[in-house]
Design a binder for this molecule. Structure first.
Ligand SMILES: Nc1ncnc2c1ncn2[C@@H]1O[C@H](COP(=O)(O)OP(=O)(O)O)[C@@H](O)[C@H]1O
Ligand SMILES: [Mg+2]
Length: 355
């Protein structure tokens, strides 16, 4: 029996279409789980074998779980004007985890790079019907939505490189900050059953991100566990405040997610502590580790949830998605009511404390 390093997982069969959906629906973890005798330290979870075994058990248990549907559609903008902090990775993996459990999910790719479209397996060469047509030619979101083959009710509005000029093109348009909001309202009129809409933002605070903030009720901020992580956040929070004051009173920072956590560095712990001190209960308890499977997945046009469901990255994103779902659950009794009390609406003040 070979000991695997935690990041090195076994080959994942590349499945297509229906087969892939079925595999994900049952959370079939195809790779072998090391069956070595479990020692005390394994039980404590501090060896690679124990971690893998625990991950496999968790993945199997998660397959049985039923996640709550939100009362109304949650429109969540994933924003941070820094590049490379995990916005796109977070968007596609949370969305995939929720969709794989039967929730109805739409991802809107608002970054000209189109990385979210790529990770969801949607081709997006220039000229593909895309979010550009919605923002600048009045197409509807329904017209440009593509089906994501991870789940039955999972869609992506792709972005193409045409979007690169949109910030400037939008400047000349009427109601330029409200373009996405109006399109989202129309979509929700047609499909009120949608549970989640995620908007993946570009790394800037220009008109595209502004459109995303005006269209959403919630902002999710991914924060990379690295030096300078908090730098620039005041600017983002200031923008959120401005949008709330002038364009979209419903907006609030509802969620912060720690990404690319490297347990080998003390710095990562310091950053995590700082972020928790600032954002308190807005911070999702599940922390996303730096994990090579997460970074490999987009190269195969996949999320890590589908690429390697047993990897630490996938399990962490599933845990984060579960927390997100539970926080936004209907306030109908015991536990749900408790999570609703600390829900988005009630948590605005703690976000405002950060300057
Ligand atoms: N948890 C992680 N572990 C390893 N690599 C990651 C992780 N999260 C993101 N990455 C990689 O880091 C890079 C930046 O992530 P990305 O989600 O594209 O950031 P953003 O959208 O904020 O620019 C990508 O190459 C991505 O694959
Ligand atoms: Mg991105």
């Amino acid at each position: 029996m070979t000991e695997h390093a935690p990041d090195v997982s076994r080959e994942t069969p590349q499945l297509d279409g229906r087969a892939r959906r079925e595999a994900i629906a049952t959370d079939r973890v195809s790779r072998e789980t090391p069956g070595a005798e479990i020692t005390n330290s394994d039980r404590d979870g501090d060896t690679p074998i124990a971690r893998e075994a625990q991950a496999a058990v968790r993945v199997m248990n998660i397959a049985q779980e039923k996640w709550p549907r939100p009362v109304t559609t949650r429109v969540i903008t994933v924003a941070n004007q820094k590049g490379g902090v995990g916005k796109t990775t977070t968007t596609v993996n949370l969305a995939a985890a929720l969709a794989a459990r039967g929730l109805k999910v739409l991802v809107i790719d608002l970054d000209p790079q189109g990385n979210a479209s790529t990770a969801l397996g949607i081709a997006h060469p220039s000229g593909t019907p895309s979010i550009y047509d919605v923002l600048l030619s009045g197409s509807s979101l329904a017209e440009v939505s593509a089906e994501v083959d991870i789940a039955e009710e999972f869609w992506c509005v792709p972005a193409t490189i045409d979007l690169a000029g949109a910030d400037i093109e939008l400047t000349a348009q009427v109601a330029r900050e409200y373009r996405l909001q109006r399109a989202v309202e129309v979509r929700l009129g047609q499909e009120p059953e949608l549970d989640y809409i995620f908007v993946d933002c570009p790394p800037s605070l220009g008109l595209l991100t502004l459109n995303a903030l005006v269209a959403a009720r919630e902002v999710l901020i991914p924060i990379q566990c690295e030096y300078y992580a908090l730098e620039g956040l005041a600017q983002l929070l200031g923008t959120v405040e401005l949008v709330r004051a002038h364009l979209n009173p419903a907006l609030a920072v509802s969620t912060v997610l720690l990404t690319m956590y490297d347990s080998r560095t003390r710095l990562a712990d310091q950053v995590a502590d700082d972020v928790r001190a600032h954002f308190n209960e807005l911070v999702i308890k599940a922390v996303i580790p730096r994990n090579v499977r997460v970074s490999e997945a987009p190269g195969f046009g996949q999320t890590v949830i589908t690429y390697d469901p047993g990897s630490r990255g996938a399990v962490s994103y599933v845990n984060a998605a579960r927390e997100l779902a539970e926080r936004g659950a209907a306030p109908s009794g015991g536990q749900d009511a408790r999570s609703a009390n600390s829900g988005p609406g009630q948590r605005e003040s703690s976000a405002a404390e950060v300057k």
